[in-house]
Write a protein that binds this ligand. Structure first.
Ligand code: ADP
Ligand code: MG
Length: 391
């Protein structure tokens, strides 16, 4: 059933007549997007002439990347050459005068025929047949730099576009990934709830927010209360599908153990545990490590990253290691350039690749994640694995 996006009631009967009577009417493009998430097999969206042109073109450009088989037919009052050029660039299939019902019907038919010949498959992994790696960045203390590190690690792993990366914001109640990257959360993880139990590549593609070519994000919900709707099993399913679509999946987390975090820890190949050089945070890291040991997560998945290292603070790396009784794997220096880059909405690894913070993060990406060799399946013997065995 085609989707018709319009706020003009008068347009609905003639357009749905031209489309054979079978249309799902929405009054904005976010609703069209949600409909596409819940019905990934849909192949046609007709956008009414009352919808803002820029919004229509952004929507189309976004869909083209994630749903190549979807056709967008744009209705306009008049056909200006400049509009046609923009529409073609965005990937609109046809621009048709809103008043000509015959032309609308013909354009929709041509688009549907084309969709039938276009593969539904999207976002394929760059190494066919291999699964991507999942890295989770975690700390039970807020403000350690989880979002900063996860975001910049994702940029580093993307390696200038040579690898496909997905950044997942699992801080479901207070996610900061969208704002850190200046993304508008039109689609979020809550849209996956309608696909619970049947999440596949097409459905997950509809959840993605595009950041750079080959770098997509799954953003956290924006409405209060949405987080509670998301079952932990959905997070596990999401990561299974993302592994097939991306070389690397980086997961940002909230500052507490919850069932979503445990689902990710179960699934992840790399547990990047963050701390800062202050006594309360170190105490929390020690407790976190004890908890992960208790839950039998393999220690070789673990990397301890000391963020905001600063000689003026008075705690040396040796002090840190003696408090947490574990070696520090990597260090990221403290720098005012980090909050400055966040305030500009551009990760420091993008805007200043030669900055010591960027170099430290690239070293973690290359040494701890990209360069690591181990059996991914062994990583999934964590908490839920134990529960499954005992239950
Ligand atoms: N290496 C660093 N040097 C200086 N400031 C940092 C560094 N890493 C993070 N920050 C700052 O710390 C604050 C919290 O970082 P954030 O990534 O949001 O933490 P979390 O996600 O753990 O709550 C932000 O203002 C960020 O700019
Ligand atoms: Mg955060």
């Amino acid at each position: 059933m085609a989707i018709l996006c319009t706020t003009s009631k008068a347009v609905i009967p003639p357009v749905s007549g031209a489309l054979g009577g079978d249309v799902f009417v929405v009054d904005d493009l976010s609703a069209a997007d949600r409909r596409l998430v819940s019905d990934p097999a849909e192949t046609l969206v007709v956008i009414g002439s009352d919808v803002d042109l820029d919004d229509a073109l952004n929507f189309t450009a976004c869909q083209r990347l994630t749903r190549p088989s979807l056709g967008v037919v744009l209705l306009r009052e008049g056909l200006e050459v400049a509009v046609l050029a923009l529409a073609i660039r965005a990937g609109v299939r046809e621009v048709v005068p809103a008043s000509d019902l015959d032309l609308i019907a013909e354009a929709c038919l041509r688009s549907e025929n084309l969709s039938r010949m276009t593969p539904v498959a999207v976002s394929l992994p760059s190494q066919q047949g291999t699964e991507g790696k999942v890295a989770v960045v975690f700390a039970t203390k807020g403000g350690c730099g989880k979002t900063t590190t996860a975001t910049n690690l994702a940029v580093a792993l993307h390696a200038g576009g040579t690898k496909r990366v997905c950044l997942v914001d699992l801080d479901l109640a207070f996610g900061d990934v969208a704002i850190s990257l200046q993304l508008t959360p039109v689609r979020t993880l809550v849209d996956a709830v309608a696909m619970d139990g049947r999440l596949d590549v097409t459905g997950v593609s509809g959840l993605l927010t595009h950041y750079l070519p080959g770098f997509d994000c799954v953003l956290a919900p924006v409405e209060p209360g949405d987080a509670e709707q998301i079952p932990a099993s959905l997070v596990t399913d999401l990561l299974h599908v993302l592994r097939r679509m991306f070389d690397y999946v980086v997961v940002d987390t909230p500052p507490q153990f919850n069932e979503h975090v445990l689902a990710v820890l179960d699934e992840a190949d790399h547990h990047i545990l963050l701390t800062t050089p202050d006594v309360p945070t170190l105490k929390n890291l020690r407790l976190t490590i004890d908890m992960l040991d208790m839950l039998s997560y393999p220690r070789d998945r673990r990397a301890i990253v000391l963020n905001r290292e600063d000689p003026r603070v008075g705690l040396t790396v040796a002090d840190v290691e003696s408090v947490v009784k574990t070696n520090v794997t990597s260090r990221i220096p403290a720098s005012l350039a980090v909050p400055a880059s966040i305030n500009r909405g551009v990760p420091i690894t993008v805007e200043s690749p030669d900055h010591p913070v960027s170099i430290a993060i690239r070293d973690i990406a290359a040494g701890t994640i990209a360069g690591a060799r181990h059996e991914p399946s062994a990583a999934r013997r964590g908490f839920l694995g134990l529960r499954r065995r005992s239950g």
